[in-house]
Write a protein that binds this ligand. Structure first.
Ligand SMILES: [Fe+2]
Ligand SMILES: [Fe+2]
Length: 182
């Protein structure tokens, strides 16, 4: 029978730079904290997809069809990020079908900003510039310091894509700020 992991064994593992690869390496407290953090991340990624899509409803605010394609790429990235986080939760024994399909809307855990509708392309690029920057800073910190191996590795791809989103926001904010009429 495997020895139960105590806080002390877990701390020794983390201090020696070895990653936690599954629940057998961790305490219940660690796994509960990890699940809570992953749910916030998964929900935020998921909710950002319809929020960004909503901003393309008024086609007349898009400079060209290329911008529409770029936004759809960003939406697809965000759904991929949500999928990664929910899949890790499933691997930890969470019923993710219940989480995604059965939960009441007010139970989702995401920042208030996504309750404010983004209604045109300009608002979308400002969101890309600020929300994706915030996401990038938070996730980069997790990528660099997180002791949970599966998440640390998954964030290589997520960070790269978030960087693309925030650069998209910054680029178009610069373009629009040069011409107040736009
Ligand atoms: Fe994302
Ligand atoms: Fe993003």
């Amino acid at each position: 029978m495997a020895t139960a992991v105590t806080e002390e064994i877990l701390l020794d593992r983390i201090k020696s730079g070895r990653l936690v690869e599954d629940s057998a390496h961790a305490t219940e407290r660690y796994i509960e904290g990890l699940k809570r953090t992953l749910i916030v991340s998964a929900d935020t990624e998921l909710i950002s997809a319809p929020a960004y899509m909503n901003a393309t409803k008024d086609f007349s605010t898009l400079p060209s069809v290329d911008n529409y394609i770029t936004v759809m790429g960003i939406v697809q990235d965000e759904l991929g990020h949500a999928h990664i986080a929910y899949r890790m939760l499933r691997d930890l024994g969470v019923d993710t079908d219940e989480l995604v399909y059965e939960r009441r809307p007010e139970k989702f855990k995401y920042p208030y900003a996504f309750d404010v509708p983004l209604e045109n392309f300009t608002e979308l690029v400002v969101a890309n510039g600020f929300y994706d920057r915030a996401g990038f800073v938070l996730l980069s910190d997790i990528h660099q310091n997180c002791s949970y191996g599966p998440w640390k590795r998954a964030l290589v791809k997520v960070d790269r894509e978030e960087n693309f989103h925030l650069r998209h926001g910054e680029k178009w904010m610069k373009v629009f700020s040069k011409d107040p009429e736009k």
